[in-house]
Design a protein around this ligand. Sequence first.
Ligand code: NI
Length: 165
Amino acid sequence: MAILEVLHFPDPHLRTKAKPVKQVDNAIRQLVDDMFETVYKAPAIGLAATQVNVHKQIVVIDLSEEQNQPLCFINPKIMSSGGVQTVEEGCLSIPGIFEKIERPEHIIVEALNYKGESFTLKTDGLLAVCIQHEVDHLVGKLFVDYLSSLKRQRIRKKLFKQKKR
Ligand code: NI
């Protein structure tokens, strides 16, 4: 297992579109294990492979405080969504920034699991937010993209100052 290096906004690699995983083999499972180790160490609740500069459609999530409910989504597709909710979001790639973002309240997602088996999950609330946030990463989208360009500019400057320190 290994802790992976997480890219920070505005790194252009975060804008890369991830490719589907062709086969869930041991190399993919190794990457998933490393992604979980990275997210647990942070600690955070979710991570997309894009954030560790691996451009494959892989997302890991664990909302539990005990870090014992790992959810792995390989080639996730959001099949439907509805409702509206506003939740304060953060991101390992945008450290120290938290903003309220409006998203659909409930979703149905299809994906492959750790074993490569397909599954469908119908969910809402924080898990629905987290899945949408991570799936956005796979198409090169960040939560700050939902904010005004002025606000995004301010965040960019703030992160730049943090880095210099
Ligand atoms: Ni994120």
